[in-house]
Design a protein around this ligand. Sequence first.
Ligand code: IPM
Ligand code: MG
Length: 356
Amino acid sequence: MKIAVLPGDGIGPEIVVEAVKVLRALNLPFEMETAPVGGAAYAALGHPLPASTLKLAQDADAILFGAVGDWKYDTLDRHLRPEQAILGLRKHLGLFANFRPAICYPELVSASSLKPELVAGLDILIIRELTGDIYFGQPRGRRIATDGHFPDAEEAFDTMRYSRPEIERIAHVAFQAARKRSKRVTSVDKANVLETFQFWKDIVTEVSQQYPDVALDHMYVDNAAMQLVKAPKKFDVIVTGNMFGDILSDEASMLTGSIGMLPSASLDANNKGLYEPSHGSAPDIAGQGIANPLATILSAAMMLRFSLNQEAAAQRIENAVKSVLAQGLRTPDIYSDGTTRVSTIEMGNAVVNAMR
Ligand code: IPM
Ligand code: MG
């Protein structure tokens, strides 16, 4: 089992190291190879997604990814910015199906900014389409003023676009995921305004006919944003496009108390995948030993389940995470009175000990 390990920027390296430690403790035949990505790769090799890193990712069975992005690269041309690394990996590897679960652990109910009764027992799954939509629509750009300079551009544009096969395949993923859960899918769109999302709605409805056992409803994205904070437990599986999914998944993550707890999987058509925490690179806290490694550790568990066919090992990790939370161990992002504050490394060690 070949795993490409791409730590990236900010807190990426610190949290990925802990997930690698946990994977090693399983004593399974993993071949792990590390490569630079994002700003770190730009600094070392002049490109956020060097050909050598892309090749390593392509040849691997699964990819463990930290995070990319740092303000110090904000002034670079767009194609050299750290974010292009993750967008490039998604596109090159065809990772169109992004699973972002939002689960509220009982121990962390009080860390949520919502009232405990609204979030206790919360378990929703956002399925975000990841390789289409306005993120990748052509044409895009700025209409350049007569003197040819961007700062004087008259307008800028990005094109929202989805094809039928792109919508069909993500709809199938959502209905199949719902079959393993409570058999309900909410498709989020903006069909009242956007042609692209009327098309989305029509095609999701069409695909739903192949899943008569799954209930489908449709919701406009503005309403979905409101319902997520009003009554989040009404949702089960949410399927939506790339842009809306980006926004709603950040919103949903905070319902659970901390974005530092949430893993994600980005899969291709054959369940090869890239696994990363739902949070970003947080350069403001990098190097301080306070980042929460649990989202990355739980992403490694998702990797074992979805790409490496190691369900028992995945559960071992997930149970160990529950156990450290039950022991009261907390990184600062989830700390509350009466619990024990631990560092990034201590949290990783505690998970390894709990597994044993
Ligand atoms: C995410 C991030 C990325 C996105 C950025 C880093 C390009 O926000 O994974 O949600 O917008 O998809
Ligand atoms: Mg995002």
